[in-house]
Design a protein around this ligand. Structure first.
Ligand code: ADP
Ligand code: MG
Length: 254
């Protein structure tokens, strides 16, 4: 695979993520555990992709590699046409701070900090967003997940669903190109889970690229495309070909 400077492929879509024969092994005391095998994947801007598969199939590992939290050990990974292997530590730090965000099952909020403080956190050391814009951007992100009324609450005063929406606002505040969500509804009751998925759906409608790991079929239904992993290999990759507009109309009907 060759890197291109051209943002568009033949479909008129922009590839954001491209992997070719991507592999991952973990090494513990010289013992190699192979976890991902020959992953060939292209994800375009503004896609909403669900990654499904049983526990241990490699979903989180794949997501961590695509989001630059971990390194692959074979094959190629290109982000915006740039080889991940060729990025030095400074570039990787900048990519992590500005272009990708994560939402985890366990929320990972600071418990004694307010909603506002939690959401603002990624802006404090942000390399390009000026301090003068922090408050306004933070308020906008909180508004996007419908928690403006709770801005001054401490995060440990919130319900699970509210906490996860704070985590989504925190992921969103840097306006990253892609938001990775790893089992974001895994710790929630079904009503809160639906509310969280609506928040992600809304981000997608506004043009964000979302990559969602889940093992729940109902949660995966929100995605336009579902990639299934089994024992570290892609076994299925299906698209729904539903336009964003049609989906928005659907959600208004509900
Ligand atoms: N740090 C690690 N060292 C060794 N093996 C690991 C490590 N992290 C994950 N694994 C193994 O990799 C496989 C895939 O794990 P993971 O990506 O977490 O799967 P999933 O998210 O689909 O449940 C599992 O067999 C797991 O035990
Ligand atoms: Mg996992």
């Amino acid at each position: 695979m060759t890197a291109t400077n051209n943002d568009f492929n033949g479909n008129g879509k922009s590839p954001l993520i491209e992997t070719s024969k991507l592999c991952k092994s973990y090494f513990n005391d010289e013992l190699e555990t192979k976890v991902l095998f020959d992953i060939d994947l292209t994800i375009n801007k503004n896609e909403f992709v669900g990654i499904m598969g049983p526990s241990g199939s490699g979903k989180s590992t794949l997501m961590h590699i695509l989001g630059f939290l971990d390194h692959h050990t074979g094959g190629e990974y290109l982000f915006h046409g740039k080889h991940a292997q060729e990025m030095d530590e400074d570039t990787l730090a900048k990519v992590r701070a500005t272009r990708v965000s994560f939402v985890f099952q366990a929320f990972n909020l600071l418990p004694r900090a307010s909603v506002l403080q939690n959401v603002m956190l990624p802006l404090i050391y942000h390399p390009t967003i000026p301090a003068s814009e922090r408050l306004e951007r933070t308020k906008k992100a909180i508004e996007a997940v419908d928690l403006t009324d709770h801005s001054d609450y401490l995060s440990n005063q919130l319900s699970g669903g509210q906490k996860q929406r704070v985590a989504i606002a925190r992921a969103l505040v840097t306006e990253p190109e892609v938001i990775f969500a790893d089992e974001p509804t895994g710790n929630l009751d079904s009503a809160s889970g639906i509310h969280v998925m609506q928040a992600l759906q809304e981000l997608h409608s506004n043009g964000h690229t979302i990559i969602l790991v889940t093992h729940e079929q109902a949660t995966a239904e929100h995605a336009d495309r579902i990639i299934e992993l089994f024992d570290g290999r892609i076994t299925k990759d299906t698209s729904k070909f539903k336009t964003r507009k049609a989906k928005k109309e659907d959600s208004l009907k509900k």
